[in-house]
Design a protein around this ligand. Structure first.
Ligand SMILES: *Cc1c(COP(=O)(O)O)cnc(C)c1O
Length: 397
């Protein structure tokens, strides 16, 4: 059994705060500050440029990629870290389209995170007028897969509602029709059990600053199925994805395996932060995590239903159809979230009317969740959100 009291003790959580936003930015694991501090003073400070070799900086994207890989069912050598998720989406999509060069349509759904859709749209414009991004409602994705689709690009867990797609089923259907698949695991990696190899996905991408707690701006990951990676011609052909970066050849040759999905200089300090943050996962069984997450979500849903029935559940009622978050609709959602934050419970708001709460068993207990739900209910019962100070929108919601 996973010891969640032990994992909680590994976090440096802000005093007096119940943090239900680890789905958006994970909190700080205690080990990170020391490890990053050491990387700054002992490595950057003392080794300066020799740190690339002596401190192993150059191998960090692959070494840390393997650690992330273990959390998503990817074999060693199939995941690499770097860049932001939007960039990794673009890379995966461009490669998948090139591998299916006789087709022109990317299929996605309207529940996808807009950045993924924007990147796909931008790529289509670069490739030419016959390329097209087709988006359909999430419920009809499966039936929209046909022999015209080049690539199915789906985010497994909807960032707004928490609704979870049946990944293995959609992959099987896409492959039946000769399409390739790109899975975005932004709200899956570290949130639910994922098995990219078992589900036979072609490409998968995700970020590390949400459930993997690498800190703001932490690098993204990309997985390419080992059976495909040798055929991938990277669209973002930067020097560190070259077969021999320090040969400084004038022509690009893709590097071995997943190394070719690197682009430029990796963010070493953020990779060190992620490496330290991943220690928290060493004793964690993903099935235990899932069971505990569902338990926490249910406590919250039941208490909110009893104490604030005007909050309408936006997430699936069936826990197995959700990721690790719960959302509600309310037209004054923004003000309610601000009032909640003022009382020490951090969730977030997503336009137009979604109140969003992430459940992260590594550091949340049933007591935390009960208290958070009770605070939310009290704010609604007493209309404590109905104050001008809670209605001014900040840049980041
Ligand atoms: C969080 C998230 C992103 C963010 O992309 P960045 O480039 O890291 O800012 C993209 N896609 C999805 C599905 C996300 O949930």
């Amino acid at each position: 059994m996973t010891d969640f009291a032990a994992t909680r003790a590994m976090f440096d959580l802000p005093e007096g705060v119940i943090y239900l936003d680890g789905n958006s930015l994970g909190p700080l694991p205690r080990a990170v500050a020391t490890r990053v501090g050491r990387a700054i003073t002992d490595e950057w400070g003392q080794m300066v440029i020799t740190g690339w070799n002596r401190a192993g900086w150059m191998d960090l994207p692959a070494r840390v990629g393997d650690r992330v890989g273990r959390l998503i069912g990817a074999p060693a050598g199939s995941v690499i870290m770097g860049d932001t998720l939007s960039i990794k989406v673009y890379q995966a999509l461009a490669s998948a389209l090139e591998l299916r060069a006789d087709r022109r349509v990317i299929l996605s759904d309207t529940g996808n995170f807009p950045s993924d859709l924007y990147m796909a749209d931008g790529l289509c414009r670069t490739l030419g007028p016959d390329y097209r991004l087709k988006t359909v409602p999430p419920e009809v994705v499966e039936s929209a897969i046909d022999d015209t689709i080049a690539v199915l690009m789906i985010t497994e867990v909807d960032y707004r509602t928490g609704r979870k797609h049946d990944m293995a089923r959609l992959i099987a259907k896409a492959h039946e029709h000769g399409a390739l698949v790109v899975w975005d695991l932004a709200h899956s990696a570290g949130a639910i059990p994922v098995d990219v190899a078992g589900a036979d996905t072609d490409f998968a991408v995700g970020c590390s600053y949400k459930y993997l707690n690498s800190g703001p701006g932490g690098p993204a990951f990309i997985y390419v199925a080992p059976r495909l990676v040798g055929k991938v011609q990277p669209a973002l052909s930067g020097w560190l994805g070259h077969e021999a970066p320090f040969a400084f050849d004038l022509e690009y040759r893709p590097g071995p395996g997943i190394e070719r999905m690197r682009v430029g200089t990796p963010p070493i300090l953020q990779l060190v932060a992620l490496d330290a943050a991943l220690d928290v996962w060493d004793g964690v069984d993903m099935n235990d995590l899932r069971a505990r997450s569902l338990e926490l979500q249910q406590i919250f849903i039941d208490r909110v239903a009893a104490g604030a029935p005007e909050l309408r559940l936006a997430s699936p009622v069936d826990g197995h159809a959700r990721g690790s978050q719960v959302s509600f609709h309310h037209e004054d959602g923004y003000a309610i979230i601000q009032a909640l934050i003022a009382e020490g419970v951090i969730g977030d708001f997503r336009a137009p009317d979604i109140l969003r709460f992430g459940f992260t068993p590594l550091y949340l207990t049933p007591q935390d969740v009960t208290k958070a739900a009770d605070t939310l209910c009290a704010i609604i019962q007493h209309r404590r959100w109905d104050q001008p100070e809670f209605k001014t929108r900040s840049k980041v919601t």
